[in-house]
Ligand binder design. Structure first.
Ligand code: BGC
Length: 463
C-alpha cells in the first residue's frame, strides 16, 4: 500500500515535469525566432537586394505580429482553453517556418515573419499562463523560469545554427530548420491535459479534479486546491468588465504593465538584436569575432538563467530582482564609461566585453524569467486572461520601441550617454521594485488574489 502511494507520487511528479517541459518548448520556438534573424539578414539583403528600411521591416514585423498574437490569444485561451491555444500557436509556428523558407521576395518573407510573430505572441501569452496554472506552488517559480530557460536556449541555438550555416550562406536552411521543433511542439501539445483552472472557470469541476489528481502528490492536496479555485471563481465579473468596475483588478493590470515595461527598458534586447554592432563600437572589427562574441552572449544568457531557477523559490522574487537590476546597472554603466573614455587598448576591449556579459548575467538571473513569473501570478483568476493579455502585449510594444530607438539614440546622444540612460533606468527599477513589487514565493495564487481584492498594498499581496 505504502509503496503504491510512493509510486503514485513519483509518477505524478514525472507527469507534472513532463507537462511543464512540453509547455516550455513553446519558449524554445519563441527564442529561435527572436535569435535567427540576426544571422539571416546579411544574406537576404544580398539575395533580395533589400533596402535598409525593408530590413527593418523584416525584423520588426515579427514583433508587430507578436503584439497582435498576444492580444488575440487572450480571447482564444479564455474561450478555447490554454491547450487549444498552444496548439494553434504550434500550427502557426509550422506554417510560418515553412513559408519563410520558401520566400521568393521580401514581401513573402515579411508575411511569414508576421505569421511567426502571431505564433510567438500566442506562445508568450499562453505558455507561462498554462505553466502557472499547472505547477504546484512550491516549484511554480522554477517551472516558469524553465520557460525562460527554453527562450534563451532557443536564442543560443539560433545563433549557433546561423554561424554554422553562414559558411554556405544558405539562409533558407537557417529558417527552415525551425520547422522541426515546431512539429515536435505540435505533436507534444496533443498529450497535454487542459488547465485545471480553466476547466473550473468553465464550470467543469469534475475534469478539473481529474487533472489535479494526476498532477498532485495526494488527492487531498488536489481537493484543497480545487476548493481554493472555487473560492476565487465566486467573483462574478470578468475581463474588461472587471477592469472597468474593480479598482483592485486595475491595480493588478497596472502592475503587469509596469513589470513588462521594466523588463524591456533594462535594455536587454538592445544587446540581443545589436550584439555584433556593440562589439564593433567596442573596437572589435572582425566579423567572425563578432559572430562568436554573439554566440558567447547567447551562452552566458542560458547559463545565468540557471541562477534564477535556483534562487526564485528560495530567495524569492524581490531580492533576486533587486540584485539583477543592480548588476545590470553596473555592467551597462561601466560599459558606457569605457566607451566615453575611448581607450583603444586590448585590455579595455576585454573589459568592455566582460561588462557586457555582466549585464547579460544580471538580466538572465532576474528580470528575464522573474517578470514572466510575476505577471502570471498577480492576476485574479476572473481577470487573468485580460490581465496577462495586457501585460504580454506591453512586453512586445515596449520591445518594439527599444529595438526601434537604439540606433537613433546612438546617433543623436552618442554611445556613452545611451548606455548611461539604460544604467539609470535600471537604478530606478531597483527603487520601483522595493516600493511596488510583491514577494510571491511559496504562496498560492488564490492567496495572492485574496490579498489583492482586499485592497492590500501591491507590495504586500504575497504576504
Ligand atoms: C524577454 C525577451 C528577451 C529574452 C532574452 C525574455 O524574457 O521577454 O524580450 O529577448 O528574454 O533572453
Amino acid at each position: 500500500m505504502l509503496s503504491n502511494i510512493h509510486k503514485n507520487r513519483t509518477s505524478n511528479k514525472a507527469m507534472t515535469l513532463f507537462v511543464c517541459f512540453l509547455a516550455a518548448l513553446a519558449g524554445l520556438l519563441f527564442g529561435l525566432d527572436i535569435g535567427v534573424i540576426a544571422g539571416v539578414l546579411p544574406f537576404i539583403a544580398k539575395d533580395f537586394n533589400v533596402t535598409v528600411q525593408e530590413q527593418e521591416w523584416i525584423v520588426s514585423s515579427m514583433m508587430f505580429g507578436a503584439a497582435v498574437g498576444a492580444i488575440g490569444s487572450g480571447w482564444m485561451s479564455s474561450n478555447m482553453g490554454r491547450k487549444k491555444s498552444l496548439m494553434a500557436g504550434a500550427i502557426l509556428f509550422v506554417i510560418g517556418s515553412l513559408w519563410s523558407t520558401l520566400a521568393i521576395n521580401p514581401l513573402m518573407l515579411i508575411s511569414a515573419r508576421i505569421i511567426l510573430g502571431l505564433a510567438v505572441g500566442v506562445a508568450s501569452y499562453t505558455a507561462p499562463l498554462y505553466l502557472s496554472e499547472i505547477a504546484p506552488e512550491k516549484i511554480r517559480g522554477s517551472m516558469i523560469s524553465l520557460y525562460q530557460l527554453m527562450i534563451t536556449m532557443g536564442i543560443l541555438t539560433a545563433y549557433l545554427s546561423d554561424t554554422a550555416f553562414s559558411h554556405t550562406g544558405s539562409w533558407r536552411w537557417m529558417l527552415g530548420i525551425i520547422t522541426i521543433p515546431a512539429v515536435m511542439l505540435l505533436i507534444g501539445v496533443f498529450f497535454l491535459p487542459n488547465s485545471p483552472r480553466w476547466l473550473a472557470a468553465k464550470g467543469n469541476f469534475r475534469d478539473a479534479q481529474r487533472v489535479l489528481d494526476r498532477l498532485r502528490d495526494t488527492s487531498e492536496l488536489a481537493k484543497i486546491e480545487l476548493n481554493e479555485i472555487r473560492e476565487s471563481l465566486k467573483i462574478k465579473q470578468s475581463g474588461w468588465k472587471l477592469f472597468q468596475n474593480n479598482i483592485n483588478f486595475r491595480r493588478a493590470v497596472f502592475l503587469g504593465v509596469l513589470l513588462q515595461v521594466m523588463q524591456q527598458f533594462t535594455g536587454m534586447n538592445v544587446i540581443m538584436y545589436y550584439a555584433p554592432k556593440i562589439f564593433e563600437i567596442s573596437g572589435i572589427n572582425n566579423t567572425e569575432q563578432q559572430m562568436w562574441g554573439t554566440v558567447i552572449v547567447g551562452l552566458v544568457n542560458v547559463l545565468a538563467t540557471f541562477i534564477a531557477i535556483g534562487l526564485v523559490d528560495r530567495w524569492g522574487r524581490k531580492p533576486t530582482l533587486i540584485l539583477g537590476f543592480l548588476v545590470m546597472s553596473t555592467g551597462i554603466g561601466i560599459l558606457g564609461t569605457i566607451l566615453h573614455m575611448n581607450i583603444q587598448s586590448l585590455s579595455a576591449q576585454y573589459f568592455a566585453i566582460s561588462m557586457l556579459l555582466l549585464f547579460i548575467v544580471g538580466f538572465a538571473m532576474s528580470a528575464g524569467p522573474l517578470i514572466w513569473v510575476l505577471c502570471s501570478e498577480i492576476q485574479p483568476l476572473k481577470g487573468r486572461d485580460f490581465g496577462i493579455t495586457v501585460s504580454t502585449a506591453t512586453n512586445w510594444i515596449a520591445n518594439m520601441i527599444v529595438g526601434a530607438t537604439f540606433l537613433t539614440m546612438l546617433n543623436v546622444l552618442g554611445n556613452a550617454l545611451t548606455f548611461w540612460i539604460y544604467a539609470m533606468l535600471n537604478m530606478v527599477f531597483i527603487f520601483l521594485t522595493i516600493i511596488l513589487i510583491p514577494e510571491t514565493k511559496n504562496v498560492s495564487l488564490e492567496h495572492i488574489e485574496r490579498n489583492l481584492m482586499l485592497g492590500k498594498k501591491l507590495r504586500d499581496i504575497g504576504q
